[in-house]
Design a binder for this molecule. Sequence first.
Ligand code: KG4
Ligand code: ZN
Length: 335
Amino acid sequence: PGNPLVLGIETSCDETGVALIDGRNGLLAHALHSQIALHADYGGVVPELASRDHVRKLLPLVHAVLDEAGVDAGQLSAVAYTAGPGLVGALLVGAATARAFAFGLGIPAIGVHHMEGHLLAPALEAEHPEPPYVALLVSGGHSMLIEVRALGDYHLLGETLDDAAGEAFDKTAKLLGLPYPGGPHLAKLAETGRPGRFRFSRPMTDRPGLDFSFSGLKTQVLLAWQKQDQQDGQVRADIARGFEDAVVETLAIKCGRALDATGSKALVVAGGVGANRRLRAQLAELAASCGARVYFPRPAFCTDNGAMIALAGLRRFQAGDLAGVDIGVRPRWPL
Ligand code: KG4
Ligand code: ZN
């Protein structure tokens, strides 16, 4: 009881993630299976294929993680799983497995909010801030700024009114002819692009507030791209660079405002877009200029993973908050 051992399971979208964490030593083992190749031909995640693949991969991953840590399932204190938001069929695979495991072992199953997992992920690293801090959560499904006041006390500062930042990366990459999922491909292409050749707007930075809007950017890119010689690789890279700079600068401006508004001196970045190198560099610069510090989980913990769910489950377990026990899954779930 002094040192809880929690298994975490993530199956909300197209990654099967499993991890084992203990209250004293932190992360003991983690494993991930990405379905990217499975969905690539379709240009997006196919929910039914995702569910079936989770069914195939989840139990072997659970066993691999327990083996790697040299832990017997009988030693577990709780099983945490992503209860939402996400694809309902995919969520149900993780929930059913976690709950069956927990029921068989006579321990609690804890339904975790996927976004809380992302918000707490920075604490998987040795150097991390304690609340209160500001978190920028930028993934394929979400773009939000949240003030993390304490465990379970999250205050929404602003969010996207249309596309998420990662979604904007993916859609823009698609129209530039890049493979799915486009975000990392576009970022790579942008490295060879020349800054300033194409300038796109910084949406909603000309007025106060912390909300985002990214859907107009892809239209700007489309219009610019249609006027160019599409065989010209350098032009394509220049456009990618212009787009990336627009998104990154917009996010940085809003993060600066969020730090101002809350008086916080710590900024945490989470979600898949947090893997973007230019975003990391620009936020580090921003933080330095206002006497704040910015924390990034390693890229593997920015994108979907089991470790963040294990950690959120552990924190809930330690707080005696087992409210998740009776929840099944919630495909739509406000934080
Ligand atoms: O958090 P995540 O793995 O999944 C969820 O959406 O929950 O985030 C995936 C998103 C995708 O849109 C992907 O294109 C984007 O993160 N992404 C990136 C980079 N790496 C991943 N976007 C820009 N630059 C990157 N380096
Ligand atoms: Zn996610």
